[in-house]
Ligand binder design. Structure first.
Ligand code: TRP
Length: 334
């Protein structure tokens, strides 16, 4: 057994990953590999909860997302990368936790009503969707994770997980799980190309797997400082989305760039052109991973499938133990 503490995190495979995922999660995941034993999961059951009417692309997004994870340094030799539905213990623990979770707790989770409102065009008034955070609790507890790297939006789910742990311990009169702590990603907010929150549903994302050409044309269309009409007008980099990208993605250059904007030495067109090149260079590994994997078979998906299968074997070994322990505590197993 490893001496290191364990973390588990997951992502829902509902689309291509974008720069928001990079600054919001992946950069942090990569670092955690140095200090923790890491389990990174593609949460395809969770994806199905909102996409069950049109689930056709989930399968493909599983592969696409894992390729991006690996391209940015999530290493299957150091971390367990697996797909939730490959490890049936998730569904088993979910059942046991669901039995003990009061309905009122779930109805009170703020993300629940929010999602019902926000994810339009989908019928989310299902039994399963109400139980979304219970399945997430099962994900975390199966591996007895000490830490869960998440963004702020996931804190209510973590809090519910901790409440479930306390309830299980109270009911079973034995302590099985550590109370998992959130490892908050302290990422400055990255806005989408139109200045609103970066989100697939707004169509304002910059995807990590994008071609160099698309990155250039997308950056060209980004909003800049609205008070700067002529090039001779002084810029206000603090309130310019393009300048904020500079600060985030070229930290060693942004001071000079911002200065040139303020003093009108740099126009917005040049500013975007040069930013596009920074981003094209940054996304090179994501395109390269696809080229490299394609040489090993259809889109590289077969190779990723092999990695996921190997991950599932390791995940199952841990999950199996926990399920046995919980079943015994309930008096279900011998
Ligand atoms: N709900 C998470 C999200 O939408 C994804 C997720 C599923 C997760 N299971 C998890 C995150 C377990 C952390 C731990 O981002």
């Amino acid at each position: 057994m490893s001496e290191r503490k364990r973390v588990l995190s997951g992502m829902r495979p509902t689309g291509q990953l974008h720069f928001g995922h990079l600054v919001g999660a992946l950069t942090n995941w990569k670092k955690l590999q140095d200090t923790y034993e890491c389990f990174f999961m593609v949460a395809d059951y969770h994806a199905l909860m909102s996409e069950y009417e049109h689930p056709e692309r989930i399968h493909q997004f599983v592969y696409e997302n894992v390729i991006d994870w690996m391209a940015c340094g999530i290493d299957p030799a150091r971390s367990v990368i697996f797909r939730q539905s490959d490890v049936s213990e998730h569904a088993e623990l979910f059942t046991m936790l669901a039995i003990m979770t009061p309905l009122g707790w779930l109805e009170r989770v703020p993300t629940y009503k929010e999602q019902l409102r926000e994810l339009e065009g989908r019928d989310l008034t299902t039994y399963g969707f109400l139980g979304y955070p219970v399945l997430q609790a099962a994900d975390i507890l199966l591996y007895k994770a000490h830490g869960v790297p998440v963004g702020e939006d996931q804190l209510p789910h973590l809090e519910l997980t901790r409440e479930i742990v306390r309830r299980v311990h109270f009911l079973l009169k034995t302590e099985i799980f550590p109370e998992p702590k959130p490892l908050l990603t302290e990422a400055p907010k990255l806005l989408g190309t139109d200045g609103r929150k970066m989100s697939k549903s707004y169509g304002n994302t910059l995807n990590l797997s994008e071609s160099a050409e698309t990155i250039r044309t997308t950056v060209q269309k980004m909003f800049t400082d609205p008070t700067r009409i002529k090039m001779t007008d002084p810029g206000h980099p603090e309130t310019c989305n393009v300048c904020n990208y500079w600060r985030m993605f070229a930290p060693d250059q942004y001071v000079r760039v911002w200065d040139e904007c303020r003093t009108s030495k740099r126009g917005c067109v040049q500013n975007k052109k040069e930013l596009a090149e920074v981003l094209v260079q940054m996304t090179e590994p994501f395109r390269a991973a696809r080229t490299r994997l394609s040489e090993k078979g259809t889109n590289g998906y077969e190779e990723v499938e092999r990695i996921l299968q190997a991950g599932a074997v390791k995940a199952r070994a841990v999950a199996r133990q926990t399920i046995l322990e919980v079943k015994r505590a309930f008096g279900l197993a011998g």
